[in-house]
Design a binder for this molecule. Structure first.
Ligand SMILES: Cc1cc2nc3c(=O)[nH]c(=O)nc-3n(C[C@H](O)[C@H](O)[C@H](O)COP(=O)(O)OP(=O)(O)OC[C@H]3O[C@@H](n4cnc5c(N)ncnc54)[C@H](O)[C@@H]3O)c2cc1C
Length: 524
């Protein structure tokens, strides 16, 4: 029998092997179940580890996550639009259950997509199909690869396990704050693609889905930019929160959608060494700790509006990540080693859909677009071409323009009035929030801190409402809105879990149909 040692407190310099040699002499092998850093005690950050240990001559039980398979193929193959985490994990789940499926992606395979992204950062020439949000891997590929999620889902271990199978670091299965990094994700996705192709999934790259085929309020297929029509009983749309073309397709076809609150703001960049110092005190810089992160929130009691840090990228890079030639979006990423000298994070304010846009369905989409256009104008007005608009944090707070330093963004930065890109109300809330952050994390208003515009793609401003049991659109059977663009996920892990959830629901339906078919053939 293996035994579990829970919540071991290990000093930074103590190796787990050495500890186990003392605590469980003669053990044959061990598996880390959980590991986190506890940095709350001043000057004494340490690891908290739970571990499963096999005694001498024993083996640890293997975790396999093997799935039940279908006995008969369905009449039509499920069609999945989008190869972000939601679409890829839906496809993976189908093929692992023996169901052949087809994936559609407006962008190219990740290796080609990379060239489009580099071209944009170097020359400002946007490829509308291959950018930081579009192309194989979705917005998830060119990300920080943080896998932490607030959702509770039985599918999370499966997601981590399969990412590891395709090359993600094994530690994501047990770290409390798992992270893959953009560089590693770029190697994971092609392996996942190969597995899908070898196991019954057809992938149509460079193929934008342009319309739905609808019969009697039921979606029965889709149309593509290559003038093809594909028919299916199951059409999954996992196109992410930037797919404005798909929102228009839904609107035109009267697919039920509703406005959803989201958040906008700025990306802020601090010296990583300062963040490490704040979080780890005298242990800052210890090799076992790596780059520290932070999470800050401020809640305005009077208005109920929250300002919060979001998507923090320690040792990362601020990215220009637009999908439109006439707008600019700021976001962040980091590589696995998180070793850039800068830490960046979004600081955003909630934009309540009802209060701000009333009954206007597209109000949120139009609002974020207007901010993105203003961000690009700010660059042009200040003599820039392809850079992000930037402002020293103190200048941002004092509403003035000054010098900016060289930051981490591969597109570069140009001095601009970032404060003026934002609406007055959002600006005021950001100032209030940042001042409150400075109380919680002394020195947050750091002389070298710099802000960038505009953080506008935090989550989807719409929800494509679906039935909670069948996961089909409440207005159109056969249509399965999935992932972040449907308003049912926010982040890589939750989008992947949503893809799995929907694929499993369809599997159950297909399984019950094939059982019925068998029984009717037998005359039961
Ligand atoms: C720079 C950046 C960093 C991020 N960092 C993190 C992070 O560290 N951790 C985290 O959890 N989340 C992060 N996110 C958010 C995360 O990437 C998303 O939440 C997640 O990718 C959403 O998954 P999805 O599958 O629903 O949609 P997406 O990943 O957006 O994928 C949608 C896919 O659909 C395709 N598509 C769109 N329209 C069409 C069409 N008409 N026809 C065919 N294909 C279409 C797109 O090309 C894209 O590949 C980051 C996002 C960005 C942009």
């Amino acid at each position: 029998m293996s035994k579990i040692l829970e919540n071991l407190q290990l000093p930074l310099d103590q190796s787990l092997e050495d500890y186990l040699a003392w605590a469980s002499p003669g053990y044959s092998e061990f598996r880390v179940l959980k590991k986190s850093v506890d940095a709350r005690a001043r000057h004494n950050p340490h690891f908290v580890v739970s571990v499963e240990v096999a005694e001498e001559n024993e083996r640890l039980p293997q975790k396999t996550y093997r799935l039940d398979q279908i006995s008969h193929q369905p009449k039509t193959k499920p069609l999945i639009v989008g190869t972000g985490p939601a679409g890829l994990f839906a496809a993976l789940r189908f093929v692992e259950r023996g169901i052949a499926c087809e994936l559609f992606e407006r962008g190219s395979p990740s290796e080609v997509r990379m060239k489009g992204i580099n071209q944009y950062w170097r020359y400002g020439k946007l490829d509308s199909h291959n950018n930081v949000c579009f192309g194989e891997g979705g917005a998830g590929l060119y990300s920080d690869g943080k896998l932490i999620t607030r959702i509770k889902s039985e599918h999370i271990p499966f997601v981590m396990n399969r990412l590891v199978k395709f090359g993600a670091p094994q530690e994501i299965e047990y770290l409390s704050n798992p992270h893959v990094g953009s560089d590693r994700l770029r190697r994971v996705i092609p392996k996942m693609r190969d597995f899908l192709l070898q196991n019954g999934c057809t992938i149509h790259f460079d193929t934008q889905v342009t319309d739905l085929v609808i019969e009697n309020k039921k979606v029965v297929g889709l149309k593509t930019s290559k003038n093809q029509v594909f028919k299916s009983d199951h059409v999954l749309i996992a196109t992410g929160h930037s797919a404005e073309d798909i929102f228009e397709v839904f609107k035109k076809n009267e697919v039920f959608m509703e406005p959803k609150s989201f958040a906008v703001g700025i990306r802020i960049e601090h010296p990583q060494a300062w963040v490490n110092q704040q979080q780890y005190k005298s242990a800052a810089g210890h090799a076992a700790l790596g780059s520290a992160n932070y999470k800050l929130t401020h809640h305005d009691e009077k208005t109920g509006i929250g300002t919060y840090s979001f998507c923090m990228c320690p040792g990362g890079f601020v990215l220009s990540s637009s999908t439109d030639q006439d707008g600019l979006v700021a976001n962040g990423m980091s590589n696995f080693n998180r070793n850039s000298p800068w830490a960046n994070s979004a600081v955003v304010v909630t934009v309540d859909a009802k209060n701000n846009f009333g009954n206007s369905l597209m109000g949120g989409v139009e609002y974020r677009k207007s901010l993105e256009v203003r961000a690009l104008q700010a660059v042009y007005q200040n003599g820039g071409t392809k850079q992000l608009p930037a402002q020293n944090l103190n200048d941002f707070l004092n509403q003035k323009q000054g010098l900016v330093r060289k930051g981490s963004s591969p597109s570069g930065e140009v001095s601009a009035r970032v404060d003026q890109v934002l609406n007055v109300e959002v600006y005021k809330k950001l100032v209030e929030g940042i001042e409150a952050f400075d109380q919680k994390m002394r020195g947050y208003i750091h002389p070298e801190a710099q802000v960038y515009a505009v953080e506008s793609r935090t989550s989807c401003p719409l929800r494509v409402t679906r039935d909670p049991q069948t996961y089909q659109s409440i207005s159109h059977g056969g249509l399965y809105p999935v992932g972040e663009g449907a308003g049912y996920a926010g982040g890589i892990t939750s989008a992947a879990c949503d893809g799995i959830r929907v694929a499993d629901r369809i599997y159950e339906e297909i399984k019950s149909q094939s059982l019925e078919a068998i029984e009717s053939r037998r005359g039961l």
